[in-house]
Design a protein around this ligand. Structure first.
Ligand SMILES: [Zn+2]
Length: 300
């Protein structure tokens, strides 16, 4: 009898995944994008969550095992993962996903990177000399990466290339409609001034016409210091900014401290999918970012 129950239970279980490609994404936004385009033909995994700082994670054995079995590794690139991805790739011993091969792609190679610098000095903290890698905060960048990812999935799995092309088209159609909607509702944000914790929002700012007037980090990538915060307090005591933005993984104390002393609203924005309860996929991510900015500026 017990065996019969188990047998029935097994029959009711979903069939094993028929996924063709194993996609290892460094950040949740690229896993979400691969899900949009690859649908049932891909099995995606993200190395980091929205509550982790993608600059600094441990190259854990479980991640090495995932890279070893991956068909495609997709990361933001531009040195964002320089502290951990090279170790993962080296230890995983999977030639297919090494840089230069079809199984490896850096999303930031497909967009125009902002803030590229010729002045490379690691002592200045995590200045991203290859340009700012936090490209996912502009939906036009997501569209550019979507096209490149669609091509790459087809290249790696030609048998399903028609499906990837169809799904890419469907995604881009919905995405363009959403961009029009976001741009319309975000009009009141044009000209607003932001203080940000780290330079994670430069693409969003360029997209919506927000001016970045200061950062909480005196040296990019290092925690805000008391000296720098008190300088910002005097600089913004008479106003001069509309909001102070931090990401979910960043310490909330510096922005709340400055907000208390200047009266400028401090807000947390999801930097990627999963950063807030509302940001469950790429569409709701931007719904939530725009909604939170409008609410903070009183233009909701
Ligand atoms: Zn950064």
């Amino acid at each position: 009898m017990k065996h019969a129950v188990i047998a029935i239970g097994l029959c009711l279980m979903p069939l094993p995944s028929s996924a063709e490609l194993r996609v290892f994404a460094c950040e949740p936004e690229w896993a979400a994008l691969a899900d949009e385009i690859g649908d049932e033909y891909v099995d995606t995994f993200s190395a980091t969550t929205a509550l982790q700082d993608p600059h600094y994670i441990q190259a854990r054995p479980s991640l090495i095992a995932k890279v070893r079995r991956a068909d495609l590794v997709i990361c933001s690139g531009a040195h964002l993962e320089i502290g951990w991805l090279p170790a993962l790739l080296q230890k995983a011993n999977n030639r297919n996903v090494l840089p230069g091969n079809n199984g490896y792609m850096e999303a930031s190679n497909f967009v125009l990177r902002l803030n590229a610098s010729t002045n490379v000095d690691r002592a200045q903290g995590d200045i991203h000399p290859q340009g700012n890698p936090h490209i996912q905060t502009d939906p036009h960048n997501i569209a550019a990466v979507a096209r490149a990812l669609g091509e790459r999935l087809s290249l790696l799995d030609p048998a399903n290339s028609k499906s990837y092309a169809t799904q890419l088209d469907r995604f881009l159609e919905r995405w363009q409609e959403a961009i029009v909607r976001w741009e319309k509702s975000a009009e009141p944000l044009n000209g607003k001034r932001a203080i940000t914790h780290h330079r994670s929002w430069v693409y969003l700012e360029r997209w919506l016409g927000i001016e970045e007037v200061a950062n909480l980090e005196a040296i990019p990538g290092l925690p805000p210091t008391a000296t720098h915060l008190s300088k910002l307090t005097s600089r913004f005591s008479e106003g001069g900014a509309d909001f102070i933005i931090r990401s979910p993984y960043q310490d909330d104390r510096p922005s709340e401290w400055l907000a208390e002393r200047t009266g400028i609203t401090a807000i947390m924005l999801p930097l990627t999918v999963g950063g807030t309860e509302q940001a469950t996929d790429l569409f709701s991510l931007f719904d939530d970012i725009v909604g939170r900015l409008l609410k903070a500026s009183g233009d909701e």
